[in-house]
Design a binder for this molecule. Sequence first.
Ligand code: SF4
Ligand code: SF4
Length: 345
Amino acid sequence: MKSFIVTRSQINSLAAELLSKNWSIFTQSEDRKRFKQCESESEISVDGNGKPSDVSFKELFFPKSETLFYFNRDNEELTLLDPAEPGTKTVIFGAKPCDAASVPVLSKVFNWDYNDEFFNKRVENTIVISIACSYSDESCFCTSVGLSPFSEIGSDLFLIPTEKDSFILKIVSEKGEKFINEFPFMIQKEFEGTFDLENQKASFPKEKFDFASVKEWLGKNFKDEIWNEVGELCLGCAQCAYVCPTCHCFDIVDENCGVSCGRRVKNWDSCQFGLFTKHASGHNPREDQSRRYRQRVNHKFNYYKQRFDEILCTGCGRCTRGCPVSIDIAQVLEKIQCKQSAAIV
Ligand code: SF4
Ligand code: SF4
């Protein structure tokens, strides 16, 4: 697909036009804590150098709390009402490649045994404009899970900064092409050169572990001392799951808002909570934190790959940055790889 040269001022004009047409626009907040909704084009952040926001943009597709239906009981008659469909056209500006890549990964589970229409509608209504990433810290490991700071997976349009206030705008998806064609001022100057990706690779985060080795070890070693070591540290607070772009556990509850009416709600949950697997009988098959952390790692690096041929992790490092007791998931995976290498020798 084609690429174009665009300036920051053209990007601002695009945002201004979208706002005038009542599109919702989201971008990373100045304090890099989360994605925020913009009221003015001047708030748009297209910053490849910036740290990934503390919280991913997952909630724009999979809200923290979502009403599935409302109910009302009038004597013996029960009435169900659908909530409003998510209809707002949305553009996300300046997503990191490790955020964008989570969308197709989540789409697999939300279209597995049931098509989640609300999730699908939000994906359909959203244009993801990502930017090549030049930030890296000790928590990043996108290159260990098959991605890179230039990965276009999950993006509709992709920006590569070239010089000050100038970018290559790559069209990635058909949806992105259809969208950008509606704004002719964005596609005036075609980029016909080639971008030398090889030159950039020296600054990519180093590969910390070999995914295939980790998966193989996990498949053969359900019980191991490593889970007790991490489990003793882990608080079970689920901070790692809530900031993660790919974690998708949820719970469904009925909330009454009167004697005879209420709503059924889908809320974020986490396999790191003790109650998550507790049976009505009181039995809990994951009765301690070592078992819960083992589940988290196996789900991400073993089971999801088996079921959906995807790794349930984009290597964004948010869980490590956010963990109150400094559990570093990449370090755990490095240790697992060492165990696998030792087993082979
Ligand atoms: S954030 Fe850290 S302490 Fe909290 S559940 Fe996750 S790994 Fe455990
Ligand atoms: S598990 Fe951690 S590093 Fe992987 S996607 Fe989730 S938050 Fe990012």
